[in-house]
Ligand binder design. Structure first.
Ligand code: WTA
Length: 641
C-alpha cells in the first residue's frame, strides 16, 4: 500500500486530480484497502442535503485493514509501544501479531457475552493498551464504541451513556496521572445509578486498590477475557456506512452531541491523511500525546497509524511527571521520529526553559506536529528551534471531531511552512472563506468564515439520534457548504491561518466546551440564579473561562468565597474539573437584548480587560447593567490559582 505523496509536485498533481475527478481520486485511495465487497458508487448525497454516503455498497471491517493485513505481513513489528505513567514501571510493546490476538480475544469475549453489531459500548478508561484493544475489539464485532474522556464527571458520563443507549461500559478501578489517582470505577457506579440500559461493566485493574464490584453486573477485565478463550473472532462484515463510533463533542447549544463516523470513509481518510501529514516511513516510531478520549487519539493514535502498519506510542501519564522533561525523555528512550502534541502542552513546557529539552538526545525527530487550537508564534518558534533544532518541519494540523481527519496542514517537509499557519488543504479538501452573508471571499489576503465546499470521505454523518441538529449546525447555515464554526485568514501566499471559533464554543487547552453547557452546570449551584460564560486569552491554556454569575442575594466578601466554591463545584459535578472557570464574578444583571439574548460580545470585552467601546448597545434592555459589571470587573473577581 502506498498512500504517501513524496514531493510537492506530487501533492499538486493529487490536488488537481481530486478537483477534476473526485470520484476517481478517492476510488484510487480506497482500492488500496481490503474490502469484502467493493463499492458500486463512490459517493451519494451532497453537502446541500447533508446526506453524504461514501463507498456505497462496499463491505469491509476496518480492523482487518488495521490488524489482520499487518499481522500476516509484518507480525513481529511493534504496533503499540506503551509508556506507563511511572517511568520506573514496566512498559509494554505489542507486536502486530500480539495486538491482533488480544483484540480477537476481547472481541470473542464481548460476542460471547451477547454484544452484537450495532450495540453501543462506552469506554471510560485510562491510557493503557487495554483501551486500544477495547476500541478495536468493538470495531471488530461491529459494536459502536464511544470513548468518554476519563476526566469527565459522573453526570457527564451518564448523559453520554443515556444518549447513546449503551449496554456495556468498560472502565478501570483507577487511573494514574502523575501523582494523582483518578477514581474511575466509583464514578462509573455513580453514573450508572441513572443508566438502566447498562447490563455489563468490565473493569481493568490498573492499581492495587480495591473497588466495589456488583456481582451480577461487574467483571474484571482479565476474567472477562476467559469468556472468549478458544473462540475465533472473525471480523464482522460491515457496510461501508455502518457506524464505527460515536464521539461526543460540545457545540454552541445544548448538550454535547454524538458525532458519528463510519467504517468505510473514516478508514480511507484517516489512513491517507496520516501517511501524508506525518510522512511516515516504515520502521519509524510515531508518537501522538493526545488522549484517546478525544478525536485526535482516535484518528492519530489508533486508526491512522495502525491502518498504515505504523508503530504508534501510547503514553499513560502527563508531560510534567516526574519532571518537566518527561516528553523529551520518552522521545529519546524510544527514538521517536514523529511527535504530535498540542500548543497548550508546548506553552506549558516552554515555561520550564530549554534545559529539560537539551538534557535529551532528540536527533531522531523528523516531523513535529500540533493540533487542537491556534499556535502562537512564540510557541511555534520554541518548538521549531529548541525541540526540533531547526531541522524538523512543523505540521500545524487544523481539523475537528466532525471532520474525522486532518484537513489543513503541511505534509512533512514537502509543503511551504509559515509560523502559526496551518497552510494548505490536503488533496481533495476544498476550504473557502465566506462573508457572513454567505458569499465567497475571492483572492488572497482575506479573512472570513471557514467552510468546506467539497465533500470528503470522513465527514460527520450525523449527530447520534438527532439528524436535524446535525443539519442545523453544519449544513444549513451556508447551504452547499460544510460550516466549521471557525474563522480564518488566507494570507497573501494563499496559506490559511485558523484564528478561532466564531460561535459560542470555548477552546480551553485544546478542549472544546459550549457556553450553554457550562452555564447549565453553573446554574445547578443553589446560589446561582443565572450565568453567562465567555472565553478570554490565557498564556498557557489558549483560552480560559470567565463566568458572570447572578447570585440569589447580595453577597459580602465571606459569602462570596463560599459561593465561588459552590459554583466551581457545580461545574466539576456537571462536566468535570477540566471545564472549571478560571474566574468567577458575581453580578447583579447580564447585558440582555430586549428579546432576552445575552450580548456576549460585551462580556468578552470586559473579560479581556477592555472597558470601553462596546459598540452599539442601543438594543440592550438595561444599558446600566454594563456599567455595574464593569465596575465589579475592575475591582473584584476570583482568579483560580
Ligand atoms: C480548533 C480537534 C487552530 C478549531 C482535532 C476547531 C485549531 C476545534 C487547530 C476542533 C489548529 C483544531 N489551529 N485551531 N491547528 N486544530 N483547532 O473537535 O477551533 O476537539 O474547530 O478537534 O479546535 O476541536 P476538536
Amino acid at each position: 500500500m502506498s498512500l504517501r505523496l513524496q514531493s510537492f509536485k506530487e501533492y499538486q498533481e493529487a490536488q488537481r486530480t481530486a478537483k477534476n475527478d473526485p470520484d476517481g481520486f478517492w476510488d484510487g485511495i480506497a482500492s488500496q484497502f481490503q474490502w469484502i465487497k467493493p463499492h458500486h458508487q463512490t459517493r451519494s448525497g451532497s453537502l446541500q442535503g447533508g446526506d453524504l454516503k461514501w463507498f456505497v455498497g462496499g463491505r469491509l471491517n476496518i480492523t482487518v485493514n488495521a490488524l489482520d493485513r499487518h499481522a500476516i505481513e509484518r507480525g513481529n513489528q511493534s504496533a503499540i509501544i506503551w509508556e506507563p505513567n511511572d517511568p520506573n514501571h514496566l512498559g509494554q510493546t505489542l507486536s502486530y501479531k500480539e495486538l491482533y490476538e488480544r483484540v480477537c480475544d476481547m472481541g470473542a469475549a464481548l460476542r460471547a457475552s451477547g454484544v452484537q453489531k450495532g450495540d453501543r459500548v462506552i469506554l471510560y478508561m485510562p491510557m493503557t493498551p487495554e483501551l486500544a484493544v477495547s476500541v478495536l475489539a468493538c470495531a471488530r464485532i461491529g459494536a459502536i464504541h464511544s470513548v468518554v474522556f476519563a476526566g469527565f464527571s459522573a453526570q457527564a458520563l451518564a448523559d453520554r451513556i443515556q444518549d447513546a443507549g449503551a449496554t456495556v461500559v468498560i472502565t478501570a478501578n483507577e487511573g494514574r496521572r502523575g501523582l494523582k489517582i483518578v477514581p474511575l470505577k466509583s464514578t462509573v457506579d455513580e453514573a450508572l445509578e441513572h443508566c438502566p440500559t447498562v447490563q455489563l461493566v468490565i473493569v481493568q485493574r490498573v492499581t492495587d486498590s480495591s473497588c466495589a464490584m456488583q456481582v451480577t453486573r461487574d467483571v474484571w477485565f482479565s476474567e472477562f477475557l476467559n469468556r472468549g478463550t478458544g473462540l475465533p473472532c472473525p471480523a464482522e462484515p460491515m457496510d461501508a456506512e455502518d457506524p464505527l463510533f460515536i464521539l461526543y463533542t460540545s457545540g454552541s447549544t445544548g448538550k454535547p452531541k454524538g458525532v458519528v463516523h463510519t467504517h468505510g470513509g473514516y478508514m480511507v481518510y484517516t489512513a491517507y491523511s496520516f501517511a501524508n501529514v506525518f510522512q511516515y516511513e516504515r520502521g519509524d516510531v510515531y508518537w501522538c500525546t493526545a488522549d484517546i478520549g478525544w478525536i485526535t487519539g482516535h484518528s492519530y493514535i489508533i486508526y491512522g497509524p495502525l491502518l498504515n502498519g505504523a508503530t504508534t506510542m501510547m503514553f499513560e501519564g502527563i508531560p510534567t511527571y516526574p519532571g518537566p522533561d518527561r516528553f523529551w525523555a520518552i522521545c529519546a528512550k524510544h527514538k521517536v521520529n514523529q511527535f504530535y502534541t498540542a500548543p497548550t502542552a508546548i506553552r506549558a513546557l516552554m515555561c520550564h526553559g530549554e534545559a529539560p529539552v537539551q538534557a535529551h538526545d532528540l536527533s531522531t525527530l523528523k516531523v513535529l506536529g500540533t493540533v487542537g487550537e491556534p499556535i502562537n508564534e512564540e510557541a511555534w518558534h520554541w518548538y521549531h528551534d529548541i525541540v526540533g533544532q531547526q531541522k524538523c518541519p512543523i505540521v500545524d494540523t487544523w481539523w475537528q471531531t466532525e471532520t474525522g481527519g486532518i484537513m489543513l496542514s503541511g505534509l512533512g517537509s514537502l509543503s511551504p511552512q509559515k509560523p502559526a499557519h496551518a497552510g494548505l488543504p490536503l488533496p481533495g479538501i476544498d476550504p473557502v472563506l465566506l462573508n457572513p452573508d454567505g458569499t465567497e471571499l475571492q483572492g488572497d489576503d482575506v479573512e472570513g468564515l471557514l467552510c468546506i465546499s467539497a465533500p470528503w470521505p470522513s465527514i460527520i454523518r450525523t449527530t447520534y439520534g438527532d439528524h436535524e441538529r446535525c443539519l442545523n449546525t453544519y449544513f444549513r447555515p451556508y447551504p452547499g457548504y460544510y460550516f466549521t464554526g471557525d474563522g480564518a485568514r488566507r494570507d497573501a501566499d494563499g496559506l490559511i491561518r485558523v484564528i478561532g471559533r466564531v460561535d459560542d464554543v470555548i477552546n480551553v487547552s485544546g478542549h472544546r466546551f459550549g457556553t450553554a453547557e457550562i452555564e447549565s452546570a453553573i446554574n445547578e449551584a443553589s446560589i446561582a440564579v443565572e450565568s453567562a460564560v465567555v472565553g478570554f486569552d490565557h498564556p498557557i491554556k489558549g483560552q480560559a473561562i470567565h463566568a458572570f454569575v447572578i447570585s440569589e442575594s447580595a453577597l459580602d466578601e465571606a459569602q462570596k468565597q463560599v459561593a465561588i466554591g459552590d459554583v466551581l463545584e457545580a461545574v466539576e459535578k456537571g462536566i468535570g474539573k477540566i471545564a472549571k472557570p478560571a474566574r468567577v464574578q458575581f453580578v447583579q444583571g447580564l447585558p440582555k437584548t430586549r428579546s432576552g439574548k445575552i450580548m456576549r460580545r460585551i462580556l468578552r470585552k470586559i473579560a479581556s480587560g477592555e472597558f470601553d467601546q462596546f459598540g452599539d448597545t442601543s438594543t440592550l434592555l438595561d444599558p446600566s447593567v454594563v456599567d455595574s459589571i464593569k465596575i465589579d470587573a475592575q475591582t473584584t473577581w476570583f482568579t483560580a490559582p
